[in-house]
Design a protein. Sequence first.
Length: 420
Amino acid sequence: MGLIAVGINHKTAPVTIRERVSFAPERLTSALQDLTASSVISEAAILSTCNRTELVCCADKLNSDVVIDWFEHYHKLQSEDVRPYIYVHPEQKAVRHVLRVASGLDSLVLGEPQILGQIKDAYAKARDAGTIGKLLGRLFQHTFSVAKQVRTDTAIGSSPVSVAFAAVSLAKQIFSNFDKQTALLIGAGETVELAARHLAASGIGRIIIANRTVEKAHTLAQEFDGYAIALNEIPAHLAEADIVISSTASPLPILGKGATESALKKRRHRPILMIDIAVPRDIETEVGELEDVYLYTVDDLQEIIDEGLKSRQEAAKQAEEIIDTQVAHFMGWIKSLSSVATIQQFRSQADAIREAELEKAIRRLNAGDNPDQVLQKLAHGLTNKFTHTPSTQMRQAGYEGREGLLDAARELFQLKHSDN
């Protein structure tokens, strides 16, 4: 029984290829069942995100071509269209790859935590589809445990490495009672959405989202129990905001000095943190001259990002050491599977001997034999039967000079070496 991981990701393929090989959520169950319908692939899970599509399979005969052929056929692609971008990780390399992906070491943003949730979803879908067996079940449970250990024992996810994360980290440094603060987010694109997620995860009290298209702002605000406003409503709500994060594609500033001064009067000059991560800038430079405004631009955040990346890279080295150890543990478990049948056979043989000797003892007791003598014979019989075959084999090994077998017997039965 062998493991194999086959896939493409942001490192090996452009988005034009990645989007052609993604699996729609509603088709994932049927895809998994189709993949395991052959007699070759016994277990499978599919991870499909915007940055990667990967198939983790358990196969009776390890053959990457079977998996790749199915992959190409399912997506109706020619080999030359996809094979140059595909990577294949067999056995131990597959285990290492899955652990690294779950720990955020193979992500576009080093140490990002979202991938672990996506892997858990992939596992749940495969389990519901009936394509998870003993091997992949154990692999995924081991993966979740290792990813948690990496998060707990290293600083892989604690330092900001994205503009949105850096902005929220800065806000958390300035405001101690984060749950009592209100954040005004200007824009509704990817950066603002990511900032909203970080704010919500950090326990922000309230979120207001302003956007040119109010419907889009409303959709995003609903996800975080916030409310949406149009850009022209910002002056009316600016006084409510302790934190302003702005990221739009506007060619002209959206927030000026006059509107900010009015908001500060309403706030009785309680300070406002403003983070402008737009290029061109959304907030007029003059706003930073106001006494109760702390204005940061994307350039100001770069130092925070650089420090965060350095910290995560150091943590990644520690994470790799953890993964090295855990890969060895998992491969040890796989190797131990080969002994299961032997152990079961040995136990069955021992049970048969016990039952036979016990039956003899019961017959003697029923015949009226002395119980002490019956117990003596039972113990003697069990000892003779259990040791007869090993003793015969060891004697023969000694006669033939097979010291390796004798050494194995000493280890197996925990015997001291004797020169006699």
